[in-house]
Ligand binder design. Structure first.
Ligand SMILES: *Cc1c(COP(=O)(O)O)cnc(C)c1O
Length: 345
């Protein structure tokens, strides 16, 4: 599979902007830095950040067992996903394939980039219709988005199905693993090197508890990462974000503990939700949220708002009629949710 052929024409020959910090890299050296028109007076952030986020990537590389040359960081996964569109999709010509109901940003980014979206709904059990996806691909099918565990359905896709898609899709397969830390399934990272057309995205926004700093991570072949690196804004991950991310990555034991508490709470919440009279189905979850089908989602949504609880109403999404999505909160928040739901019954 020749990945270079999948690139947009203008990207094949594009030259990266060379920033001051790219041209002289050793920011820690005892040098006089008068190359970037910064204010020389100390604010702790008066200097431009490391454009390659070397420290963060080195730490991630240790944790995830992926070389730094196969990692790209962005201002949230949203930026990473946007870079992928820009690298591969010719506006008004190419298209991407999504598997609804799924994360809304794929179609927002497609619209933004003037790229058509072909939607192949999941089956009734929220699994991908593999044959259907493969049958409708053509030379303009550049990206296939697989979100697993999937938002908003909370389930993971069967590994066999995903593997078949990766092996037989002729474009790039993007597996969005935003919720992988909550999942019983293994990350596809361990098999990254088997598939030249595979991109895996993760984020520090969910399990790592850092949604506010905006840090998305992308793993792929060295070739794909080198392309995304060329087209990313030079200083796309700011200094404060790099510092906070590094602190947290140095204390992954805390993350592990929080994840285990969330998973324990998820189990308690699932059980309690099953006892609520107007909840018809509690879909099984492999993430930190639970999708439920109720009698009347919009009515229950407003009732919960009146009681001070904000949930996500997914009723307009395909296959999600009358569905609400609950994020697993703290023990106290979950108790409050259950108590309130009981009062509404
Ligand atoms: C929350 C979420 C993300 C995270 O996006 P960030 O921009 O990194 O905060 C990515 N993908 C899915 C499916 C999500 O639900």
């Amino acid at each position: 599979m020749n990945i270079e052929n999948l690139l947009r024409e203008n990207i094949k020959t594009i030259k990266a902007y060379s920033s001051a910090r790219d041209e002289y890299k050793d920011a820690s050296a005892d040098m006089v830095f008068i190359d970037a028109n910064e204010n020389p007076y100390q604010t702790n952030v008066n200097r431009y950040p490391d454009p390659q986020q070397t420290k963060v990537k080195t730490k991630l590389s240790e944790i995830k067992k992926v070389p730094t040359s196969q990692i790209l960081l962005g201002n949230g996964s949203d930026e990473v996903l946007d870079l992928i569109f820009r690298a591969f999709c010719e506006p008004n010509l190419d298209h991407v394939i999504t598997l609804p109901p799924t994360y809304g940003m794929y179609s927002v980014l497609a619209d933004l980039n003037a790229v058509e979206i072909v939607k192949v709904e999941l089956d009734k059990t929220f699994q991908p219709k593999v044959e259907e996806v493969l049958a409708l691909q053509n030379d303009n099918s550049k990206l296939l988005f697989i979100c697993s565990p999937n938002n908003p359905t909370a389930n993971s896709f069967e590994a066999q199905k995903v593997e078949k898609l990766i092996k037989n899709f002729r474009g790039i397969v993007v597996i969005d693993e935003a919720y992988i830390d909550f999942s019983e399934q293994e990350s596809w990272l361990s098999r990254l090197d088997e598939f030249p057309n595979l991109i895996i995205t993760q984020t520090l926004s969910k399990a790592y508890g850092l949604a506010g700093i905006r840090l998305g991570v992308c793993y792929a072949s060295e070739f794909i990462i080198s392309i995304l690196n060329k087209i990313k804004p030079p200083y796309n991950v700011n200094q404060l974000t790099q510092e906070r991310a590094l602190e947290r990555l140095n204390r992954t034991d805390e993350v592990t503990l929080e994840v285990s508490k969330i998973l324990e709470q998820r189990q308690i919440l699932e059980k309690a939700l099953n006892s609520i009279s107007f909840i018809e189905t509690v879909f099984s979850s492999d993430a930190n949220f639970i999708l439920v089908r109720v009698d009347d989602a919009s009515k229950r949504y407003s009732e919960l708002i009146d009681k001070g609880i904000v949930v996500r109403n997914r009723t307009t999404q395909p296959l999600c009629e009358n569905c609400l999505r609950f994020t697993v909160g703290t023990e106290a928040e979950n108790k409050n949710l259950i108590k309130t739901l009981k009062e509404l019954s």
